[in-house]
Design a protein around this ligand. Structure first.
Ligand SMILES: Cc1cc2nc3c(=O)[nH]c(=O)nc-3n(C[C@H](O)[C@H](O)[C@H](O)COP(=O)(O)OP(=O)(O)OC[C@H]3O[C@@H](n4cnc5c(N)ncnc54)[C@H](O)[C@@H]3O)c2cc1C
Length: 363
């Protein structure tokens, strides 16, 4: 905890922005002058019938929670032959690359262990394309072809019959309508479950129609309650929900909140949707995707001529595996976001003037 901050350990049960207060589940009421909401999102385990019961049975796993993530590698180590199936749901998810990378890392592991010839690999996705950004989608399409990963698009997991090792999918058309169903057998099943806003936010006055905190996508200030800000996965900003995005948002929120507290109408810090997804594709390789609103490419390293971020790169693997965790624990968790600050400096050094800076920081 930063010096000067009190850590109140409790769960918010109710937001009351008219009264400038929140109420905790133990009925304590906390009043505020300014509120920053950073409550993340909800994993909707129960939206896939049979998932909760099957999770942890040694075959059905998910990296999407702290409790279940360690089971993935255990199950993979046990897998000698058969069918490894990976799923990605409809709608918003945290880290759009998470469901991809677990598949590619697992496939690489099986290959390196000499078991790939005995295990077929399928990635079943509700989306109608591999990735929302064509520059990166192209690389992923090449990768799955080269590594013989069977991809099923518009295929949405709805049920797991754990006793039969059977996963049931809705078949969607291009507009997302259900046009049929199909079942697949599995020996290993990694599920990225459906996700959505937390009920406590969605059912509160601070939510927008979809249930996210109704923040202005550029200032991160609430559009109806000026002393409320939203950041991270809970915020209604139309970009990919990642820790990298939350980091970039933090600099903007900090400056705009500072301005408000100092009595200035608002600072001119603006968030441009920056998000990053380090897509580990195998041991020793990672494609570092960086983009902003409307899919604008916002790469840090490509303009420097060090790497091509559209490709799988060993240097980006090192950044993902060693640099980012170090930066997270030593900087981000203490309120510093060195990569976003560095990015601004690099931008100035390389005189890239056609794009707005990822963020404008006044410090
Ligand atoms: C498998 C996986 C891989 C990922 N890989 C990457 C990656 O490579 N790069 C990247 O940038 N991002 C990645 N992400 C996404 C990243 O983890 C999230 O986007 C990020 O953690 C969002 O941060 P947040 O603070 O908004 O939400 P969270 O980290 O979810 O934190 C929300 C906090 O709010 C608390 N909370 C919830 N409800 C309440 C309440 N009612 N009252 C009080 N507190 C509450 C929670 O306990 C939690 O501490 C990955 C995610 C997953 C699951």
């Amino acid at each position: 905890m930063p010096r000067g901050a009190d850590w109140i350990q409790g769960h918010v049960a109710e937001f009351d922005p008219h009264d400038n207060s929140v109420t905790l589940t133990d009925s304590r009421k906390l009043e505020y002058e300014y509120l920053v909401v950073a409550t993340g999102l909800q994993i909707k385990w129960d939206n896939v019938k049979g998932l909760s019961a099957a999770l942890g049975d040694g075959r059905v796993v998910s990296n999407m929670s702290y409790a279940t993530a360690p089971l993935t590698f255990q199950a993979l180590q046990e897998l000698r032959s058969g069918h490894a199936l990976f799923t990605m749901p409809k709608g918003v998810v945290k880290c759009p690359g998470a469901g991809h990378k677990v598949c590619y890392i697992a496939e690489d592991y099986l290959r390196r262990e000499g078991r790939r010839g005995h295990v077929s690999v399928t990635l079943a996705m509700a989306a109608d394309r591999m990735f929302g950004i064509p520059r990166y989608s192209q690389t992923i399409e090449g990768l799955v072809k080269e590594r013989d990963i069977n991809v099923k698009l518009t295929t949405n997991l709805v049920e797991i019959r754990g006793d039969k090792q059977e996963a049931v999918f809705e078949q969607l058309d291009q507009s997302g309508q259900v046009v049929g169903h199909q079942a697949m057998q599995y020996d290993f099943l990694h599920v990225t479950p459906p996700q959505g806003p937390l009920d406590v936010v969605a059912h509160s006055p601070i939510a927008n129609k979809e249930g996210w905190v109704e923040t202005d996508p550029e200032t991160l200030q609430h559009t109806r309650y000026a002393n409320v800000f939203g950041i991270g996965d809970c915020a209604a900003v139309p970009t990919s929900k990642t820790a990298a995005a939350a980091g970039a948002q933090f600099l903007v929120l900090r400056d705009n909140l500072d301005a408000l507290m100092a009595g200035r109408a608002s600072d001119d810090a603006r968030y441009d949707g920056y998000s990053s997804c380090p897509l580990v594709t195998k041991k020793g390789a990672c494609m570092m995707m960086e983009f902003g609103y409307d899919g604008k490419i916002m790469e840090t390293f490509t303009p420097l001529g060090i790497v091509d971020q559209q490709k799988e790169e060993p240097l980006m693997w090192f950044v993902k595996k060693d640099v980012l965790p170090w930066a997270y624990w030593n900087f981000m968790s203490k309120g510093y976001v060195p990569w976003s600050e560095c990015k601004n400096i690099i931008k100035r050094m390389t005189a890239v003037t056609d794009a707005p800076a990822a963020v404008k920081s006044t410090r």
